[in-house]
Design a protein around this ligand. Structure first.
Ligand SMILES: C[S@@+](CC[C@H](N)C(=O)[O-])C[C@H]1O[C@@H](n2cnc3c(N)ncnc32)[C@H](O)[C@@H]1O
Length: 333
């Protein structure tokens, strides 16, 4: 049963996330979903913003401090979903050679683990329509990390809410029998025997066949274009997936780097509450308007619009990719 909530819900709190979080009570939030500013990538034009530190160490230290406060306000059964991507070294003072990857995601994840978080999953968010890059000496980047962390060993996780349809090839294997002589039926030392490989008679009835399986840790979600004045939004579907698994209906989702308010939007769409913290006042207003506009729309209208935007940006990304390749070829010639 959900307890009575005595915190400011469905609200955007303006200010530096670490300071603002200190005003919230312990053990009051069900789930945190966020995407902090990536290291040395953007200027969010606000005093005290994170992401512009001289070294990766300083950046990680500041984020660990913010997320330490997140841990305090999170209930003991709460989860934390952290979207983060890497940066290439541009200056020697960043500690490695120019062109090196800084390894920010794992450095941050391990620092959080040392700070007491349980590091439960490294989910790969694969962007089918990733932005093209004019590089010719490495592969183009098309994924980001979502680390799933928890405050305690046991926590709220609604696996059924995000279960995915079972693969057709698995159904075919399940419908057919398995003889005891199949090579996978034998126990390999150090490995558990999977149920699907146990010897069995053919003809498993259709009712016995499962329809869904546990969600895999590679998520294929296209980026969606956002017309407002914010350039680093994540797709609502990404936040929704984390919220469905990590927050009960009626619970509270926190985003300490609220930006254009995608987490709030996803929370409201799914019958949850939100608290957003954002340092840039213009973004606070933008997020407020975005969430209010969504509330005025008919149910499902917004989702349909999102998927139309996702296919439009996939088309645009394909066009940009071929243009970018042409440009790279010309530069090389
Ligand atoms: C990557 S964006 C988040 C985008 C968001 N997920 C969305 O979909 O719109 C990071 C946000 O963190 C904000 N920010 C940077 N430093 C901050 C700080 N110290 N406290 C609170 N917000 C901060 C930036 O202004 C920016 O809007």
């Amino acid at each position: 049963m959900l307890e009575k909530i005595t915190i400011p819900i469905d609200t955007i709190l303006a200010g530096d996330s670490r300071a603002v979080l200190q005003t919230l009570p312990d053990d009051s939030i069900h789930c945190c979903v966020t995407s902090p500013p990536y290291y040395a990538l953007r200027d969010y034009e606000a005093e005290g913003q994170i992401g512009r530190e001289a070294t990766p160490e300083e950046y990680i230290e500041r984020l660990v401090e913010v997320f330490h406060e997140v841990k305090r306000v999170l209930r003991s059964d709460g989860t934390f979903w952290l979207n983060i991507a890497d940066t290439y070294c541009k200056r020697p003072q960043q500690g490695v050679k120019r062109k090196d990857m800084l390894g920010i995601p794992w450095r941050l994840a391990l620092a959080l683990r040392s700070d007491g978080w349980y590091l439960r999953s490294n989910i790969i968010w694969e962007k089918g329509n990733a932005m093209p890059e004019s590089v010719t000496d490495r592969c183009s980047r098309s994924y980001e990390h979502i680390f799933q962390l928890s405050k305690s060993k046991n926590y709220y996780f609604d696996r059924a809410a995000i279960a995915e349809p079972i693969a057709p090839s698995t159904l075919v294997r399940m419908r057919s029998g398995r003889s005891g002589s199949n090579k996978y039926a034998e126990r390999v030392p150090g490995q558990t025997l999977q149920a699907i490989n146990r010897p069995r008679e053919a003809g498993v009835s259709e009712e016995e066949l499962p329809t869904h399986r546990n969600k895999r840790d590679v998520w294929h979600i296209n980026t969606t274009s956002y017309s407002g004045a914010h350039f680093a939004t994540f797709p609502p579907q990404l936040a929704e997936t984390c919220i469905l698994a990590g927050c009960p209906v009626g619970g509270v989702v926190l985003d300490p780097f609220f930006g254009s308010g995608t987490t709030g939007l996803a929370a409201k769409r799914n019958g949850r509450h939100y608290i957003g913290v954002e340092i840039n006042l213009a973004f606070c207003r933008l997020a407020e308007e975005r969430i209010a506009a969504e509330a005025r729309r008919k149910p499902n209208e917004a989702r349909q619009e999102d998927s139309a935007k996702a296919s439009a940006s996939a088309d645009k990304a394909a066009k940009n990719a071929s243009e970018s390749l042409e440009k790279a070829k010309k530069e090389e010639a």
